[in-house]
Every structure is written in C-alpha cells, then in structure tokens.
Design a protein around this ligand. Structure first.
Ligand SMILES: [Zn+2]
Ligand SMILES: [Zn+2]
Length: 233
C-alpha cells in the first residue's frame, strides 16, 4: 500500500512516500529540518527509515533544508545536475516571475541556504522500487532546468512547482490549480505538464497548496500553463 503524506512547512510542502520503506520528496527551506523531524515522528516514521531524499528542484524553499534533512535521516540526497549549481552555492538562480504576485513574494522566498551537493544525480529516470516505493522519478525541466517529478504506480504524482494549488500559498482553495509564481521556461512547463497529464495521473501533489486533481489542471491548462515569454524578472 502506497501512501503520500503532505508535510506542510513554512513556505512549501515536502511529501512523505511510504511503501515498504520511506522516501522524502523535498526538504523545505533552511531551518525546516526540525519541522520535518517532528512531522515524520508524528506520522510514526523514524527519520532513519527514510531511504532517499528526492529534491524536485534546487530552489531555496525545496532544497534549502537538505543539509539538515541529510543529517536527520542519513539518507542520500538526489537532485538533477542542471540544478546542482544553485543548490551547491545555496542561492537561487534569478527567479523569473510569471506575474505581480511572484515579484511581490520574491524577497520572502529568495533565501540564502546552506549549499548541498547531491549524492545521486537524477539525470535519467530513477526507479524508486529499490527504495521501497512503487514509482519512479522523471526529469521534466521547465520550472527550473533541473526540475523532476515523482510518478507513483498508484496514479498520484509529486510535481514540485510545476503547478501550484490555491491562493496565499495554498491557504485559500488549496485544490484550485494555478500557474506557479516563477518559471524559467513556460513552453517547457506546458510540455512537462502535458506529459504528466497524458500519463493518466489522477492527483498532483504540489510544492505549495494542493493536492490538485489532474482533471482540473487539464480543464484550466491554458491558465495554469500559458505559453509565451515569461513576463520578467
Ligand atoms: Zn521553485
Ligand atoms: Zn516552491
């Protein structure tokens, strides 16, 4: 039995996947290590049971807690090499805002964090079965050049910042799909989201708010993943 648990952190979500073993998807912002520790224990998971930490991308609110989480779990950290430079130096690449909200939020989310070097390079699909989870990691660039998604045999997917759920960071209508605040490449986001939908995924667990239903994403695809240039930095 596969379970996806959302761990709500200060700025973002991490996700705990539980099969025969546990995989943690994303590590939160710097300082979120203790929250993750508490959340795992509250769910009855000893942090040492985590077999792998998958980073959906290298942004501060997803990779910023990686060093703390590696200390906590002892598990290897996996990241796509295209996002390794920003994770390594502990500083986001310039965040390209898709609208005014992204520009307004930038000072809050564009944090410096302890740099982290990945133990495992996600430059090709990775089968999660050896880590006790029925699913795989698939590189799908767009939000950042090194963004990946986790596709589970159950029909759920964990897609990081490919799409976001709800307003005010997911406080309001968390299951309502919206375009993310930032995108490196809108055409690639559109292609990535289309790929995920065409795989027959039912539910998308996201980095902010969520989860969102794939049917709702498809219905609003032109709003959630518009094509054209990103308005600006
Ligand atoms: Zn991001
Ligand atoms: Zn994020």
């Amino acid at each position: 039995m596969m379970m996806v648990d959302t761990v709500r952190l200060r700025l973002s979500n991490a996700h705990l996947l539980r099969g025969d073993r546990a995989v943690l998807v994303d590590a939160g912002a710097p300082g979120d290590g203790r929250r993750i520790d508490r959340a795992l224990r509250a769910k009855g998971v000893d942090p040492a049971e985590v077999a792998l930490v998958v980073l959906t991308h290298g942004h501060a609110d997803h990779a910023g807690g990686s060093a703390e989480v590696r200390d906590l779990t002892g598990a290897p950290v996996a990241l796509h090499p295209a996002d390794a430079p920003m994770a390594g130096r502990g500083r986001n690449d310039p965040l390209r805002a898709t609208g005014p909200a992204g520009r307004a939020l930038r000072p809050m989310v564009d944090l410096a964090f302890p740099g982290v070097r990945a133990d495992l390079a996600l430059d090709a699909p990775l089968d999660l079965r050896p880590y006790g989870v029925a699913g795989r990691v698939e590189p799908l660039p767009g939000h950042t050049p090194g963004s990946v998604v986790v596709l589970l045999d159950s029909g759920d997917a964990v897609v990081g910042d490919l799409v976001r759920g709800g307003f005010l960071g997911g406080v309001l209508r968390p299951s309502f799909p919206l375009e993310h605040y930032y995108a490196e490449d809108r055409a690639a986001v559109r292609a990535a989201l289309t790929t995920v939908l065409d795989l027959g995924v039912d539910r998308l667990f996201v980095g902010h708010g969520g989860p969102v239903a794939a049917a709702d994403v498809r219905r609003r695809l032109d709003r959630v993943a518009p094509v054209g240039a990103v308005p600006g930095r």
